[in-house]
Design a protein around this ligand. Structure first.
Ligand SMILES: NC(=O)c1ccc[n+]([C@@H]2O[C@H](COP(=O)([O-])OP(=O)(O)OC[C@H]3O[C@@H](n4cnc5c(N)ncnc54)[C@H](O)[C@@H]3O)[C@@H](O)[C@H]2O)c1
Length: 339
């Protein structure tokens, strides 16, 4: 049977990479359900939007009736939930949208999905999954050693990560209490094409090209574990179709980098690729500017992805070095597509 996957947040950075992968590499029908907030960008799915297997609905995950109507109309075999408010700094400036979208929105989806699941035939129920896409930030600050496993206790630090942790708990509760067949993934920091330029890598790349300061929080010693977005998209599909119901899978590339080293790598790559540098710039590293640290900033995240490696045979294709060069080349050619 052909899969029909309803994807929330499919106009976002990761959701759009997932949709491009599903349309280009599988025979799946995709229903992109997205409100198009400031972070939604239909340019990111333009290459596949002409496919007869692609459908788009502009609607809010907090609107249960709209979601129910989408389920009734498209009868999805699977749901992948990526819609969220996703930027930590915005969650510090205004947590309300994060509580509403990430927690209430997930609750509305779970309730509508539960009613839908209960209406399905036995055959359709056997296939149906609700896949909740989450972040490694739910595990909190790691300290200098160790890795996050699927058993690491939750200890979120920011309003963003606390709202994602809450949504993960709701999803597990709907499994335990209502037997909704769920899978959860917690992934490390993603980078790649079509990321909104408020996040570190596109922000630094695009600021550098304009000769603007490259802001680095604190002393830049915070460590993140970076994964190329297409590798994340390729990991999600086997979790959805082959992962065990009720299980969590951590996704990461064993690619720990200090923020300051990421910024220096971007500068060195731009030094190499950009012939016409902004006036007065001989080395983009001149633009690095240390700014007051983010409140509550976690020092280190790092994922132990051995479960998905072993059980589902997934491995990233990109190293940080190949992925960052691809990403910077993409922004050099396509910056106008992300605004
Ligand atoms: N970016 C990362 O590094 C990362 C890492 C791990 C997990 N995640 C998770 O992956 C998911 C996708 O992240 P992203 O970086 O692509 O986010 P994003 O901010 O780029 O995209 C979010 C998308 O959700 C849509 N959206 C927001 N509120 C909505 C609502 N109420 N109803 C319907 N659509 C709504 C937006 O329009 C946008 O298209 C999120 O759940 C995030 O927590 C992100």
């Amino acid at each position: 049977m052909q899969n029909r996957i309803l994807i929330t947040g499919g106009a976002g950075f990761i959701g759009s990479a997932l949709i491009r992968y599903l349309i280009q590499e599988t025979d799946t029908v995709v229903i992109n359900y997205d409100k198009l907030t400031y972070a939604g960008n239909l340019n990111a799915v333009a290459d596949v939007a002409g496919s007869s297997r692609y459908h788009f609905i502009q609607a809010d995950i907090c609107d249960r009736e709209a979601f129910k109507a989408a389920l009734d109309e498209y009868q999805p075999t699977h749901i992948m939930h990526l819609a969220a408010e996703s930027h930590v700094d915005r969650s510090i400036d205004g947590p309300g949208d994060f509580i509403h979208t990430n927690i209430t929105g997930t609750y509305e989806l779970l309730e509508a999905s539960r009613a839908y699941y209960e209406s399905l035939s036995d055959e359709a129920r056997a296939v149906f999954r609700f896949h909740h896409i989450s972040t490694d930030e739910v595990y909190g600050d790691l300290g200098e050693t160790g890795l996050f496993t699927e058993e690491t206790p939750y200890a979120p630090s920011s309003p963003y990560s606390a709202s994602k942790a809450s949504s993960d708990h709701l999803v597990r509760a709907w499994r335990r209490t209502f037997k909704l067949p769920v899978v959860i993934t917690n992934c490390s920091n993603n980078y790649g094409p079509f990321q909104f330029p408020e996040k570190l890598i596109p922000l630094v790349t695009l600021n550098a090209l304009e000769g603007k300061p490259l802001p680095v929080y604190g002393d830049g010693s915070q460590i993140r574990d970076w994964l190329y977005v297409d590798d994340h998209a390729r990991a999600l599909y086997p979790v959805l179709t082959e992962g065990k119901v009720g299980e969590t899978y951590n996704i990461g590339g064993f690619n720990e980098k200090k923020n300051i080293d990421v910024v220096r790598t971007i500068c060195d790559t731009l030094n190499d690729l950009v012939k016409d540098k902004p006036e007065g710039i001989t080395d983009f590293k001149q633009l690095i500017t240390f700014v007051t640290d983010r409140a509550g900033h976690d020092v280190r995240y790092a994922i132990d992805a051995s479960k998905i490696y072993k059980e589902l045979g997934w491995k990233p294709l990109e190293t940080f070095e190949t992925g960052i060069r691809k990403t910077i080349k993409w922004y050099l050619a396509n910056a106008k597509l992300v605004f």
